[in-house]
Design a protein around this ligand. Structure first.
Ligand code: NAD
Length: 264
């Protein structure tokens, strides 16, 4: 294969189904010749992930619950046995109690705060450390974030606080691993209708608002995110690290829509 990712091996974490952002990213990488491994969260998802992986020529499909250190170790032991090395990592994982993705942030419970931070923030640090150990010749890592980290978005609540911490951890990891030639970036994706997003209150309204108010006057697709991920994970992104790159049809630059913009 003569593609941009020919000879590159990477792990994709967070594929649940063909609506997942991880799927858009995996397709873009495979199209350019990358060899992929996938991790899934539990037996129920195995049946969904295996056939998708097979479509992209991958049969390295491994279980990993990122809330469990032993499970993360198991994944990286299996990768070490199977491949011995890694060129890139995609972390497309987040979770919070959906009862707290509506109403007020102020009502977040301590338990859900800690669980959300653990699964949505610490997990990236935990896997990044293990992935870096498999990248002696350098590599690239990517996680997914959302504008709710920077500005108030309805119902995003504790997830916004977690994404702010995730973006900060991207910068610290970029410094830690930079001297080893490993880059660490985030894509801040616009709203996309996925399984995780369906847990957020009034999500359809958020989608419509973004469509009407973004400079491109549309929502982004998982393929849009995949193509930008390809840039960050390939040699095209060689000079970029510690960055939160917005793939959101430009929504984040808007202060107020113009008078000739369509009414919402
Ligand atoms: P998704 O539901 O398809 O993917 C979320 C994934 O997280 C699932 O595969 C799920 O199995 C995994 N996961 C949750 N808890 C886990 C655990 N304990 N161990 C292992 N895996 C676990 O939804 P998505 O929208 O594709 O989400 C991917 C990432 O993109 C998330 O970080 C999400 O916050 C982020 N994001 C989504 C949007 C959006 O609008 N959909 C926008 C910006 C950022």
């Amino acid at each position: 294969h003569a593609g941009l990712m020919a000879g590159k091996r990477g792990l994709i974490m967070g594929l649940a189904n063909d609506k997942s952002i991880a799927w858009g990213i995996a397709k873009a990488l495979a199209m350019e010749g990358a060899e992929l491994a996938f991790s899934y969260q539990g037996e129920a998802l195995k049946k969904r992930v295996e056939p998708l992986a097979a479509q992209l020529g991958s049969n390295l499909v491994l279980p990993c619950d990122v809330g469990d250190e032993a499970s993360i170790d198991g994944l990286f032991d299996a990768l070490t046995d199977g491949w011995g090395g890694l060129d890139f990592l995609v972390h497309a994982i987040g979770f919070s109690d959906k009862d707290q993705l509506r109403g007020r942030y102020a009502d977040t419970t301590r338990d859900n705060f800690m669980m959300t931070m653990d699964i949505s923030v610490y997990s990236f640090t935990a896997v990044a450390k293990r992935a870096a150990a498999l990248m002696p010749a350098g590599g690239s890592m990517l996680t997914l974030t959302y504008y709710g980290a920077e500005r108030i978005m309805p119902h995003y609540n504790v997830m916004g606080v977690a994404k702010a911490a995730l973006e900060a951890s991207v910068r610290y990891l970029a410094e830690d691993f930079g001297k080893d030639g490993i880059r660490v970036n985030a894509i801040s994706a616009g709203p996309i209708k996925t399984l995780a997003a369906s847990g957020i209150g009034d999500f359809r309204y958020i989608l419509k608002w973004n469509e009407l108010n973004s400079p491109l006057r549309r929502n982004v697709t998982t393929d849009d995110v995949g193509n930008s991920a390809l840039y960050l994970l390939s040699r095209l992104g060689a000079g970029v690290t510690g960055e939160t790159h917005h793939v959101d049809a430009g929504y984040h630059i808007v202060g107020m829509k113009a008078v000739d913009a369509p009414d919402i």
